[in-house]
Design a protein around this ligand. Structure first.
Ligand code: PMP
Length: 361
């Protein structure tokens, strides 16, 4: 067996220990005589998995008691629609901050359900930075303010948590940076995150919502997107993504064994710093993001000549470094350094980059 260092942006690497545990528990989960995939979501085994995973996530993120934690389906994209449906009436206006491709997608979807005001847009910088909050133009009485703390494609991360005026709830798409460091949940009304980066298998989406925001939306929110119904049924008005949920629970336990989010944040800083320093010192590779807004999780970089890209990727694959091709919309390279990527993987990438530069620079 040979496992590669997987830099994919998502679905992404899972901790080896978690994969081994899944393997060990696959045929007979804790004496049930079946795998988690095969068991009823109403039975005692799955009830315990659901309860434990929620309590571990609450502990990791220090989720206050007045927030519900939901395990939903449809990925983060389903929440692009669910957010306006659950938080607005059709005539209402929501504020969005556009920092790149994922915020743009959230905005496009929200416009189908409510009025959208662009409170700020990083377009002028080519989406290489986060606009200072002092420049944002808020709508008085907006239903909410939405932002994308980490743009997975652009590699742009907010260096601050926005503070909407007058108690307007803050909504965050934390898909690609949740659990990479501690966050102050209480500053947010809603946090959602697709699972396939720092949580577990794709399909699942975790949503954390302040209780007083439930019931503010429309009457006709589809049942499986309706946060109030989800919360009333412990995320199980229908069959949840049981296996993904179980794996997410194992990842939460693994994170706790690593020392929680402060410990993982230190490691993530060490990893990112090794790679950014190598890029900046190279005079060959380039990262376009403003230094204060560089993502801890997703590091896009270009080579001086795009004709070298294929050669770079082929050599990387031979060196056991996978998933480095940049998003098709932007090209270039991207190394995603989620929690499951060890420091040794980043060091191996940097060694390969230096060797490639020596040959082709
Ligand atoms: N938001 C962000 C920040 C993302 O990175 C992604 C996926 N890469 C999505 C939303 C969409 O997630 P999904 O494919 O699970 O719908």
């Amino acid at each position: 067996m040979s496992r590669v260092y997987n830099f994919s942006a998502g679905p992404a690497a899972l901790p080896l220990e978690v994969l081994e545990q899944i393997r060990d528990e696959l045929l007979d989960f804790h004496g049930a005589g079946m795998s988690v995939m095969e068991m009823s979501h109403r039975g005692r085994h799955f009830a315990a998995i659901a309860q434990q995973s929620e309590s571990d996530l609450r502990e990791l993120l220090a989720v206050p008691a007045n927030y519900k934690v939901l395990f939903m389906q449809g990925g983060a994209s389903a929440q692009f629609a669910a957010v306006p449906l659950n938080l607005t009436k059709p005539s209402a206006c929501a504020d969005y901050v556009n920092t790149g491709i994922w915020s743009t997608k959230a905005i496009t979807e929200a416009k189908r359900y409510c009025k959208v005001n662009l409170a700020a847009d990083a377009k002028a910088s080519g989406y290489s930075t986060v606009p200072q909050q002092a420049e944002w133009v808020f709508t008085p009485d907006a239903a909410y303010v939405h932002y994308t703390p980490n743009e997975t494609i652009g590699g742009v991360e907010f260096p601050f948590v926005p503070l909407p005026p007058g108690g307007v709830p803050l909504v965050a798409d934390y898909s690609s940076s949740i659990l990479s460091r501690p966050i102050d949940v209480s500053r947010h009304g809603v946090i959602y995150a697709g699972a396939q980066k720092n949580i577990g298998p794709a399909g699942l989406v975790v949503l954390i919502v302040r209780e007083d925001l439930l019931g503010r939306g429309r009457e006709d929110v589809p049942t499986v997107m309706n946060w109030t119904i989800m919360a009333a049924h412990d995320s199980m008005p229908n069959t949840p993504a049981t296996f993904s949920w179980y794996v997410a629970g194992l990842v939460f336990q693994w994170l706790k064994r690593q020392g929680g989010l402060h410990a993982i944040e230190s490691l993530n800083h060490a990893k990112a710093s090794v790679l950014y320093s190598a890029i900046d010192a190279s005079g060959f590779y380039r990262n376009p993001v403003a230094p204060g807004c560089r993502s801890l999780m997703n590091v896009p970089f270009t080579l001086p000549d795009a004709r070298l890209d294929t050669l770079f990727l082929e050599g990387a694959a031979q060196a056991g470094l996978a998933g480095l091709q940049g998003h098709k919309l932007v090209g270039g390279m991207r190394a995603s350094l989620y929690n499951a990527m060890p420091l040794a993987g980043v060091q191996a990438l940097v060694a390969y980059m230096q060797e490639f530069q020596r040959r082709h620079g």
